[in-house]
Design a protein around this ligand. Structure first.
Ligand code: BG6
Length: 501
């Protein structure tokens, strides 16, 4: 476990500090690190944005964001917030104005000299993707990437690119000023404690590994269901869709962790070498197969609990004729010895009935079903890795119902993190920021992994664009998405799990 002594003095610069991500996630996460005594003695955070604010108004804004978006903010000691605010600074920077970066450089130099802080700097790109390259160039132009006076790292938010080609191009551009070790591509799903715990579950315990393969696993189901619609992110979402927003990054990363081989040693490169192999082994879904292996959907206006829930096309910022998908279900295969022909079903959608993220490993039936006729529920076993909410693991298996005869019912043996005393699950951004501060990139996506996942999703997106006969299926809000998603299963009676919150 780290202590603040292990973390070098440093400066965190947030581009886009007045934006939603910064307010909802980054500032609360930094404050939580402060509360956990994990920020170095010498540390400052410099917010930047196009708004003209002075230090006082910025600190008021930061305080409001912390109070509004931190979990448990009601219990915060106000003195602690005030103390924390002493390390918060602001500089007006218009990202597209090159000369503003000269101002930023001077500001950083002055603060670093006055406060006697080394110029170890993280630049967090919490800005629209079209600005990644622009800001990186401006940093390079003023030598803000140079490491003579301290290390420099950039954290780049998702989406990293818009396709395989644009991701490669973005990499090339970033590499002109930063080497790979300086680039941290964030995928907050990798920062989730429960996603990391999949590795521990698999590689610490001897009894999961022998069954974690094609011999015993019938299929794997990965679901990320959200109750909310696109809210005020319609403008961004309409250019992205569920495939780019959730599958290309978060869910393929989860799949990679579920399917990876055990690394020989537990270090950043070995782990990332194994996850990337999974992504590279994904069987391509060709344009011909896109309609058989992928279902896309969009939510329509629906009456829910007496209230009208707007359809996607009525959301602010969305084209009224939009064909953007708010739901995707797909069947993928990992072509390697462990997983040959085991289907991985991935599903994500907005406006579904619950907010749940989970992985279900469906095990094969026992070879001879003695109790088939007497079984009240489904006869196969499941290992359920619950990522959110109620994070934990459950094993679902058949038990004899007490009494005469041999009636069998499935029961659930569950572990919940919440049952561990004192266990506060850190927010993904807390963990990821801390990792970058200490130079650990294990939970950040590597360039080859990002490329491999674009390589997998690109042909599907292309097929949707080009093949008019691939339908966009409409679904009601508060439903589990289009019924067509059930057609992805080979067995007629197999259906998606409908997890409860
Ligand atoms: C973001 C997506 O990356 O992840 C959002 O852009 C989505 O559309 C969110 O709602 C889901 O994250 P989480 O942590 O709430 O599952």
């Amino acid at each position: 476990m780290f202590s603040k002594k292990d973390i070098e003095e440093q400066i965190l610069v947030i581009f886009g500090s007045n934006g939603d991500l910064s307010k909802r996630k980054l500032l609360p996460a930094i404050f939580q690190l402060y509360l956990n005594n994990l920020l170095p003695e010498k540390f400052i955070v410099i917010g930047t944005g196009s708004k003209d604010k002075n230090e006082i108004t910025n600190r008021e804004d930061v305080k409001s964001a912390i109070l509004e978006f931190s979990p448990n903010s009601k219990h915060f000691d106000s003195k602690k917030i005030e103390n924390f605010l002493n390390c918060v600074y602001y500089q007006r920077v218009h990202n597209q104005t090159e000369t503003d970066f000269e101002g930023l450089k001077n500001y950083i130099n002055t603060l670093s000299a006055n406060l006697n802080i080394a110029r170890n700097i993280i630049y967090y790109f919490s800005i629209p993707p079209f600005l990644y390259e622009v800001v990186a160039n401006h940093l390079v132009r003023y030598g803000l990437n140079r490491e003579e006076d301290g290390w420099k790292r950039i954290i780049v938010e998702k989406p990293f690119g818009y396709s395989y080609a644009t991701a490669v191009e973005l990499d090339q551009k970033l590499h002109t000023g930063f080497h790979e070790d300086q680039i941290y591509r964030i995928d907050h799903y990798l920062g989730k404690e429960t996603v990391q715990n999949i590795m521990v579950t698999r590689f610490y315990n001897g009894f999961f590994e022998p069954i974690w393969n094609r011999k015993y696993v019938d299929r794997v189901e990965i679901t990320a269901a959200e109750k909310i619609g696109v809210g005020d992110r319609g403008g961004y979402y309409d250019t992205s869709g569920a495939m780019r927003d959730m599958i290309q990054n978060h869910l393929l990363q989860v799949l990679a962790v579920v399917a990876m081989e055990p690394p020989a040693i537990f270090d950043s490169n070995s782990i990332r070498n194994e996850t990337v192999k999974v992504l590279q082994a994904l069987r391509p879904i060709t344009a011909e197969n896109a309609s058989k292996q992928v279902v896309r959907g969009q939510y329509v206006a629906t009456q829910v609990d007496g209230q009208m829930c707007p359809g996607y096309r009525e959301e602010r910022g969305v084209d009224p004729n939009s064909k953007t998908e708010t739901f995707v279900a797909l069947k993928a295969f990992v072509d390697n010895w462990r997983w040959g022909d085991v289907p991985f079903y991935i599903r994500t959608g907005k406006r579904l009935p619950v907010r749940v993220t989970e992985v279900v490993i469906h095990l094969k039936h026992a070879p001879h079903q003695l109790f088939k006729q007497l079984c009240l529920t489904h006869p196969n076993n499941m290992i359920i890795l619950r990522i959110h909410p109620d994070a934990g693991i459950a094993i679902d298996f058949g038990m004899k119902i007490p009494g005469a005869g041999y009636k069998v019912q499935n029961v659930n043996m569950a572990f919940k993190y919440a049952d561990l005393t004192d266990a506060k699950i850190p927010e993904a951004y807390e963990r990821l920021l801390l990792d970058c501060m200490t130079g650990d990139s294990t939970l950040y996506a590597r360039a080859d992994a990002v490329r491999a996942s674009w390589k997998f999703v690109d042909p599907i997106i292309q097929a949707w664009k080009e093949k008019q006969d691939i339908p966009l299926c409409f679904y009601k809000c508060n439903s589990w998405g289009p019924l067509e998603a059930n057609n992805l299963f080979d067995e007629p009676y197999t259906k998606w799990c409908e997890p409860e919150e």
